[in-house]
Design a protein around this ligand. Structure first.
Ligand SMILES: [Zn+2]
Length: 578
């Protein structure tokens, strides 16, 4: 699946002569690390004791003696003291700019209950000038103790003189003033996708599903400048390094974001590699979406290098399962949790399939990766229909078209995705944070195909782990948590917060598969499998040293793993060494 350019690297010492050097005077490796337990994640999951690094690449892996023999006067040697070494970890779904600036205007505390949400809103109401918008973002109702939206009346009481928007994913609860400012009243008619929830008298309850386009919130008082964004991104990337992350996919870029990354790259300020999926509009004239695809297709960063490249586009098929708008094949069912009163409601499909198809044809022609946010099984099925139609005209396997989230992956969808060579980035943290609520909403039959990771591995779908990190720089407070070891632990145990037992334990991954999820598989998703994702001669020297043996420690210790050192391209970017 991941052809290595150096398949013999496995158990033997392997030495690569970098083409530019030719034979003869080969410089000494800059670094040799020995006496470790280096998990190479190569196709045979070889474990070696030592590794040599030169010119930012791994030049040899193998036993202590054979690798140490390569040392010269210019080589620094590091005794790993038996510690475990892993390839640098890769997160295939992040939103760095959003996350890095999410607390620029004000800090947002963790909120686990409705009273905490209302207290925060009341505090904001005292802090901002009268009439300013108060916005609470990404406090998911599935993660609140009460498992419900705050009501319009509760928001009114907390901030009587300000418009309030409680926003999660593509859905939001507005208070009375906010509805008035958006001109959403009993006569309001939705054009296109989305739902205004109404009470028995036809009055909007405040809950809007997939209607963000009607809610224009003025920017906060303190808006980050370009320099602020740049500085905070640097901070965030160092925080990622601290968690063992050396490469990420930004799954929703625009040209402003791309330009900033480009400057960071040129100034040597990147400490994580970045693979980009550009957002293509799903509303407005079709022509402008097609032009956006063409413009991306001719961007020089498509080729990029091993630090920064554009891999394709991103679109949203449906809403979310944390807010009640993912597009399901069976009705959601009436729900106090999600405030659903219509027994036939199936969620929101953002764009007609024909429009997705027209755009997808263009994306294929440009040779780009099409990545779709698709949460519900009907959203996934709709996009697989689109992908199959395009595939009949032009095979898409080599384009590695993808699904982001893919939470409700029915067995027939697993089979269809596998046939197309579709790749998936999945967020284990959603299993952890949300199942205690999901099992209340959905029957066991529907939950039986929630995150069927073992089935996806068996079907040879290349599946990668991602966080969907979008808020806060600090790992312990981040939403969604970008701790990859927590992600691994979830896929191994299938356990959840406030949830007894394990969800579909037969779908649990082995420890090796969990490591593969954040290394080799993600490298493939990001078109970087020749550069990163494994520790093999010829690959970039991205690796981490961790404080425990992930293959043999007690299973519950996996999530508490600490990273001691992080190296990117042969340079230590985190940790002090010995
Ligand atoms: Zn996302």
């Amino acid at each position: 699946m991941n052809p290595s350019p150096f398949p013999l690297a496995a158990r033997l010492l392997s030495l690569v002569l970098l083409p530019t050097l030719g034979f003869g005077a080969l410089p000494d490796p800059e670094a040799i690390l020995f006496n470790g337990k280096a998990v190479t994640v190569d196709p045979s999951f070889t474990i070696v004791r030592a590794m040599a690094v030169r010119g930012g690449r791994i030049v040899a892996v193998g036993g202590d003696d054979e690798v140490r023999r390569l040392a010269g006067p210019g080589t620094r040697s590091f005794d790993l003291g038996g510690r475990m070494v892993l390839p640098g970890l890769i997160d295939s779904h992040t939103h760095p700019t959003m996350a890095a600036t999410s607390e620029f205007d004000h800090e947002t505390p963790a909120m686990e209950t409705i009273p905490e949400v209302l207290a925060f809103i009341a505090r904001r109401a005292r802090a901002v000038p009268r009439g300013d918008w108060i916005v609470v973002e990404q406090v998911f109702i599935t993660r609140l103790r009460e498992q419900r939206f705050p009501t319009r009346a509760e928001l009114d009481a907390a901030a009587p003189a300000d418009p309030v928007c409680f926003s999660t994913g593509s859905d939001m609860m507005l208070n009375t003033l906010a509805l008035r400012e958006c001109r959403i009243d009993r006569d309001f008619a939705v054009a296109g996708a989305g739902v205004v929830e109404r009470d028995a008298n036809g009055e909007p309850t405040g809950l809007l599903r997939g209607l963000g386009r009607y809610v224009h919130i003025p920017p906060a008082r303190r808006v980050p400048s370009d320099a602020d964004k740049y500085r905070r991104l640097k901070e965030l990337f160092h925080a990622y390094n601290q968690a063992g992350i050396t490469a990420v996919a930004d799954r929703k870029t625009d040209f402003d974001i791309v330009d900033r990354y480009k400057r960071m790259d040129e100034h040597g300020d990147l400490t994580v590699r970045l693979s980009l999926s550009q957002l293509i509009p799903d509303i407005g004239p079709l022509e402008s979406s097609l032009e956006a695809v063409d413009e991306l297709g001719s961007n020089p960063l498509r080729k990029g290098d091993a630090w920064l490249h554009i891999v394709g586009i991103k679109m949203f098929a449906d809403g979310g399962m944390m807010s009640g708008s993912s597009y399901m094949s069976e009705p959601w069912g009436k729900s106090d949790i999600y405030a659903i009163t219509d027994g036939r409601y199936r969620g929101v499909l953002n764009t007609p399939p024909e429009r997705f198809f027209r755009i997808a044809q263009h994306v294929a022609k440009q040779g780009l990766q099409f990545d779709t946010h698709a949460v519900g099984d009907a959203a996934i099925a709709t996009m697989l229909d689109v992908y199959e139609r395009v595939d009949r005209e032009q095979p898409i396997r080599n384009l590695r078209w993808g699904l982001s989230h893919a939470d409700f992956m029915r067995p027939d969808l697993v089979a269809r995705a596998a046939r197309l060579g579709v790749v998936v980035d999945i967020q284990p943290i959603r299993l952890y944070d949300d199942i205690h609520t999901l099992v209340r909403q959905f029957d066991p039959a529907r939950m039986s195909y929630f995150h069927p990771l073992q089935s996806m591995f068996a079907a040879r779908i290349v599946t990668g782990g991602g966080s969907d990190h979008m808020q806060k720089i600090d790992e312990a407070r981040s939403i969604n948590s970008y701790n990859p070891f927590l992600g691994m632990w979830i896929t191994i145990t299938r356990g959840g917060k406030w949830y007894e037992g394990r969800l579909n334990p037969e779908q649990a991954l082995t420890r090796r598969q969990a490591i593969q999820l954040y290394t080799r598989n993600n490298a493939y998703l990001l078109f970087w499998e020749k550069e990163i994702g494994t520790l093999e001669a010829g690959k970039r020297a991205d690796f981490i040293v961790v404080d425990r043996d992930l293959l043999s420690c007690p299973v519950n210790d996996i999530k508490d793993t600490r990273v001691l050192e992080t190296w990117v391209e042969g340079k230590r970017v985190y940790g002090s060494g010995r």
